[in-house]
Design a protein around this ligand. Structure first.
Ligand SMILES: C[S@@+](CC[C@H](N)C(=O)[O-])C[C@H]1O[C@@H](n2cnc3c(N)ncnc32)[C@H](O)[C@@H]1O
Length: 408
């Protein structure tokens, strides 16, 4: 090991793996290749040959191009730059938008099949309006990092090294204009740029004091902290609202049950359920960030039966085991919406939910592999995926969002 590091090799790229990386073989060994497309022959530079089972490499030139290859949407991330200097966060930017979605579909269906033992045929749908602008200008939030000289920029792909860039094509025009790419911030670690639906763009520098902002979804307004969680794509909150409303089966929904919105943030999905099923809807939103819970309580105040509780879901769910019999029957009639972070819900949470046998579970997932693992865990309790939708909420990256209804 070590003899191949930095060497250029020619590779036939055969398939796509999770994480936006393609797969090739060299003398029988798997090589994970960045910036390639399945079907291509590329010259790639070995960046890691330390493992016996697989190596890593970065495409440096293309010998036989895929018909889906395009000029990269962000020159700072293209293969014209040295691999170490390529900006991260747009690892599919060299692929035609429609084919990006085909690759995402493949990753999702393969993960659900292999780990979740679940066969689905689901297209990854674009956010309305994205095709018209080639999937650009969607990020309402971006984190820039600060290097030792105080310069800001994104991290290089697969690294924590800051690279200088002069544009941010995935960001909305407001965010891109506000991004201080030519300023320096000595001593800071991070500068966040965001453009909420109201009040114009703003910067969050380091640990500056949090302030309240307003995001609008259709007619509804949500208050939240500027540094708190909100969906990144300008259309994502609306798309997920509609998806959750569509995937909650009304025949299984009981407005008086102990309905749950786990990992609820500021109450976006609890409001989606409340808007769908009306004033009498009871739902409890559970979220670890106390400031987000305070905002959720305010955002959900028009539903008398809606509450927001602060807690870590894995612990909060455990206390339900001690619920009195009357509460247990309301839990059994419940609809559980969950929208965990990238790592997914995991065994303790899935076991906790399944222990009270809710009528339906609507799982919103931003990582297909964590989702597939959790679908497998739900299957152990007799829950099967009955309906699935998938959305391209992160064009030009490998990420996708999936919403699944699970029933027993
Ligand atoms: C993907 S976001 C979803 C938020 C909300 N559903 C939305 O769409 O705006 C995940 C949320 O889970 C929260 N979170 C992360 N880990 C948690 C945990 N272990 N228990 C409770 N909340 C958690 C985060 O603070 C974040 O607000």
């Amino acid at each position: 090991m070590g003899d191949f590091l930095g060497k250029d090799v020619e590779l036939d790229v055969t398939s796509i793996a999770h994480g936006g990386i393609s797969v090739a073989r060299l003398d029988g060994r798997v090589v994970f290749v960045s910036d390639a497309i399945p079907g291509e022959r590329v010259v790639a530079r070995i960046s890691d040959d330390s493992k016996k089972s697989f190596w890593r490499a970065d495409t440096v030139s293309v010998v036989e191009a895929s018909p889906h290859r395009r000029d990269h949407v962000w020159s700072a991330a293209s293969i014209d730059r040295d691999p170490a200097d390529r900006a991260g966060g747009a690892e599919f930017g060299h692929i035609a938008l429609e084919h990006q979605r085909a690759l995402k579909k493949q990753v999702l269906t393969e993960a659900l099949e292999r780990m979740g033992k679940t066969t689905v045929d689901v297209d990854v749908q674009p956010v309305p309006g994205d095709d018209e602008v080639n999937g650009l200008g969607w990020r309402t939030r971006i984190s820039l990092h600060v290097d030792e000289q105080g310069h800001v920029g994104p991290y290089a792909a697969r690294s924590h090294r800051v690279v200088r860039v002069d544009d941010l094509p995935l960001a909305t025009a407001e965010v891109e204009t506000a991004a201080p790419l030519d300023q320096t911030f000595p001593g800071e670690e991070r500068v966040d740029v965001l453009a909420p639906s109201e009040g114009g763009a703003r910067l969050i520098i380091g640990d500056q004091r949090r302030t309240t902002i307003v995001e609008r979804v259709g007619e509804r307004e949500f208050r939240l902290d500027d540094a708190g969680f909100w969906q990144v794509h300008r259309g994502a909150a609306g798309v997920l609202t509609e998806a959750v409303q569509a995937l909650v089966d009304p025949a299984r929904f009981d407005p008086r049950a102990h309905n749950l919105d786990l990992y609820g943030g500021v109450g976006l999905l609890a409001a989606a359920v409340g808007d769908r099923f009306g004033q009498a809807t009871r739902i409890t939103s559970v979220e670890a960030d106390a400031r987000a819970t305070d905002h959720a309580a305010e955002n959900l105040q028009e539903w008398i039966g809606a509450t927001a509780e602060t807690g870590r879901v894995e612990r909060w769910i455990r206390q339900l085991a001690d619920a009195p019999a009357s509460d247990r029957s309301r839990l059994k009639a419940a609809t559980v919406v969950l929208d965990p972070p990238r790592s997914g819900a995991g065994k303790a949470v899935v076991d906790g939910i399944a222990s009270f046998e809710p009528a339906q579970v609507v799982y919103v997932a931003c990582d297909p592999v964590a989702l597939a693992r959790d679908v497998a865990l739900f299957r152990e309790h007799g829950y099967e995926a009955e309906a699935v939708q998938a959305f391209d909420l992160f064009p030009h990256t490998h990420h996708l969002e999936t919403v699944v209804r699970l029933i027993r």
